[in-house]
Ligand binder design. Structure first.
Ligand SMILES: O=C(O)CCC(=O)C(=O)O
Length: 250
């Protein structure tokens, strides 16, 4: 099935906005009450167990947890991304972003400088599991920053990543705080500059990123942040290329 459900169809103006700004949303994939049930399953089954990626519990849980697979293939997310990338879509990565109180800053970065994709094409969705506000360090973005690939340099030792966008290479004005209710998500391009500050609140902040690309993109699945044995999801349409590895709902 590669048709887009009418309720998730993006307009021409939405697509133009994404092209100009590198992001869209927020949108609701589900009501906060529904996400509360999902959150319980994630806390019980996912955060407390090891997954397929030996380096990180939060990575690739679509491979072993139906609840994560179902989020990664949610039509409210996938159909909207289909309006941007077309009818054949691959979810190649899922990862949780758990920022407990005191968790460090994630510096400004463009995701594509970290990823094993060729050609480097991706659209992500960041889905809120907890309520996400400025107080508990929501993601911040710089609209329009996706139009240029920026150099990345060594990050500060107290940051969560080893590298960051070179602070001399961009102007951090026009920053938007992506505050989200549980079940809401935003969509962003592989080059959109984004970050989150240290979580100085007493409130945990949990979300998940879903990474979507095309079957013609070669995913180097044995490489970091993926791992040997990694499988992606053919979330919509067909793969006529045949070089990426997929699996269905666990
Ligand atoms: O959740 C965060 O603070 C960072 C998220 C991020 O870098 C991403 O989804 O690419």
């Amino acid at each position: 099935m590669s048709r887009v459900s009418p309720e998730y169809q993006l307009s021409r103006a939405d697509v133009d906005f994404f092209v100009a700004n590198g992001y869209l949303g927020p949108y609701a994939a589900m009501a906060p009450a529904e996400m509360a049930n999902i959150r319980r399953d994630i806390e019980n089954d996912v955060l407390n167990s090891d997954g397929p990626n030996p380096r990180s519990r939060g990575q690739s849980r679509h491979m072993d947890q139906p609840v994560v697979y179902d989020l990664a293939t949610h039509p409210a997310i996938i159909d909207r991304i289909a309006c941007l990338l077309g009818p054949d879509l691959v979810v190649w990565a899922t990862n949780f972003w758990l920022k407990a109180p005191g968790s460090p800053e994630i510096p400004w970065h463009q995701d594509i400088s970290f990823w094993p994709l060729e050609p480097p094409l991706n659209t992500s969705a960041w889905l809120a599991i907890d309520e996400v506000t400025v107080e508990n360090s929501c993601v911040q973005i710089i609209p329009g920053s996706h139009r240029e690939s920026l150099p990345h340099t060594r990050a500060q030792d107290d940051m969560a990543f080893g590298k960051m966008a070179d602070p001399d290479s961009f102007d951090a004005t026009g920053v938007i705080d992506m505050e989200l209710q549980p079940g809401e998500f935003f969509i962003f391009s592989e080059r959109l500059l984004h970050r989150s500050s240290e979580n100085t609140s007493q409130k945990r902040r949990l979300g998940i990123s879903l990474r979507v690309t095309l079957p013609m993109v070669h995913i180097f699945q044995d490489k970091s942040p993926l791992h040997p044995g990694h499988t992606a999801i053919l979330a919509k349409g067909k793969d006529l290329m045949g070089f990426n590895r997929y699996a269905g709902r666990p």
